[in-house]
Design a binder for this molecule. Structure first.
Ligand code: ADP
Length: 259
């Protein structure tokens, strides 16, 4: 698909410039932040020099997910330095710039400004910056498209109809901005009860894959609803850094994104 080919071009040795991969979703709570963090960690495990920017002004969760909560970036020559997470992924979050809760009052221009500080930081030899966008299609997304054009976008959705409809809108935004959509990831697909082992599908399964097919987009993989993912994520241990079957799910998605 065009998106993937473009991304490959962006990675060639002669074009040393860094590429941005945006992770978006139509609505909140579908696992966009979880996927962004684990995609970055998985790419690091695959040998890429990858950084993470948390542009979610409404609920910056990356400092918690990657264990850098409470740290403040240092500035040099009017630019900030990324914070090194323990997972091999340097990162910067809106949450590192403000006190908890403060970000919610931000207006468009301020948010755009802050996003610029995170993206134009001292990224050194980082080749890929994964950007965790806020959900939906607001100011930060527009600033991203106009000022820090991503090489490609990954869209996360649950298999649910409503989440998928919202995802379609997010895809439209990237296509309008001429950012190739690399593909879709289905999160929270299938649930295995930790007590009885019975498999159920709280949000259905396969909806995002079917939607991707309909829209002619690559399907990058699915991540099941797994209590261990939430538990480990909350503790700042990205599952992609471990050796569970879910780590393999994230590694496989990362391989598809980089393919
Ligand atoms: P978003 O960034 O889309 O708002 P999050 O990544 O913050 O969503 O996820 C919302 C909540 O769901 C978090 O508590 C997260 O740990 C949990 N979560 C996300 N994906 C999974 C999954 N596959 N299995 C279990 N819990 C998940």
């Amino acid at each position: 698909k065009a998106g993937v080919a473009d991304l490959r071009l962006g990675m060639t040795a002669e074009r040393k410039s860094r590429v941005i991969i945006a992770v978006g979703s139509g609505k909140g709570g579908v696992g966009k932040s979880t996927l962004s963090a684990n995609l970055a960690v998985a790419m690091h495990r695959l040998g890429r020099k990858v950084g993470l920017v948390d542009a979610d002004i409404y609920g910056p969760s990356q400092p918690r997910l990657l264990l850098t909560e409470g740290r403040k970036p240092e500035a040099e020559d009017n630019k900030i330095h990324p914070i090194q997470s323990p997972w091999g992924v340097p990162m910067l979050s809106m949450g590192h710039l403000v006190q908890p809760g403060q970000a919610i009052a931000w207006r468009g221009p301020m948010a755009g400004n802050a996003l610029g500080q995170l993206i134009d930081a001292h990224w050194g030899d980082t080749e890929i910056i994964v950007v965790d966008l806020p959900p939906g299609t607001g100011d930060v997304q527009l600033t991203m498209l106009s000022k820090h054009k991503p090489a490609g976008a990954v869209i996360v959705s649950t298999p649910q109809d409503l989440a998928l409809m919202d995802a379609t809108r997010a895809i439209g935004l990237f296509e309008q901005g001429k950012v190739p959509v690399i593909g879709m990831v289905e999160n929270m697909a299938g649930y295995i009860c930790p007590h009885c082992g019975e498999e159920s599908d709280p949000f259905g399964v396969g909806g995002a894959e079917a939607a991707a097919k309909t829209m002619g987009l690559p399907f990058l993989g699915r991540v099941p609803l797994d209590m261990a993912i939430r538990r480990e994520s909350d503790a700042g241990n990205p599952p992609a850094a471990g050796d569970s079957p879910q780590a393999e799910a994230f590694l496989s998605i990362a391989r598809s994104v980089l393919a």
